[in-house]
Ligand binder design. Structure first.
Ligand code: FES
Length: 132
């Protein structure tokens, strides 16, 4: 998908990653922004963009699910609050989930590529080849 630049505040660079009518409620989709793998997830009317691997042991978060505003990791079931990335209690040594700003402009879903570049997602897994 080509990047569409949308006018915005200084220090941000929102690029189109999907369309709202193309992302079903409950859907998780792998995307690439600034050469980094992220996951885009829709929960009702809300859309989130976050790192693709779990901060605990790098499980694939595209296989997770969302419940009550929290992302649940598919491997060991740690939960991450989607408002700020905080991990659930009992996971003291696990870093918060990296979340990235999302805007919905009409039918376009955009993610702040400048934020991804400033604070790239953790984990060694890099971009999938999305052309296949
Ligand atoms: S890998 Fe996600 S909780 Fe362990």
């Amino acid at each position: 998908m080509s990047e569409t630049r949308i006018p915005n505040a200084a220090g941000t660079r929102f690029v189109q990653v999907a369309t709202l009518d193309g992302l079903r409620p409950g859907e998780f989709r792998r995307i690439a922004v600034e050469g980094h793998a992220l996951v885009l997830a829709r929960d009702g009317a809300a859309v989130y963009a976050f790192q693709s691997t779990c901060p605990h042991e790098m499980a694939d978060l595209a296989q997770g699910r969302i419940d009550d505003g929290c992302l649940i990791c598919p491997r060991h079931l740690a939960t991450f609050r989607l408002s700020d990335g905080a991990v659930s209690t009992g996971w003291k040594n696990v870093a918060p989930l990296k979340l990235y700003p999302v805007r919905i402009d009409g039918n376009e879903i955009t993610v702040d590529a400048a934020a991804v570049a400033r604070n790239p997602p953790a984990g060694k897994r890099q971009v999938w080849d999305l052309s296949r």
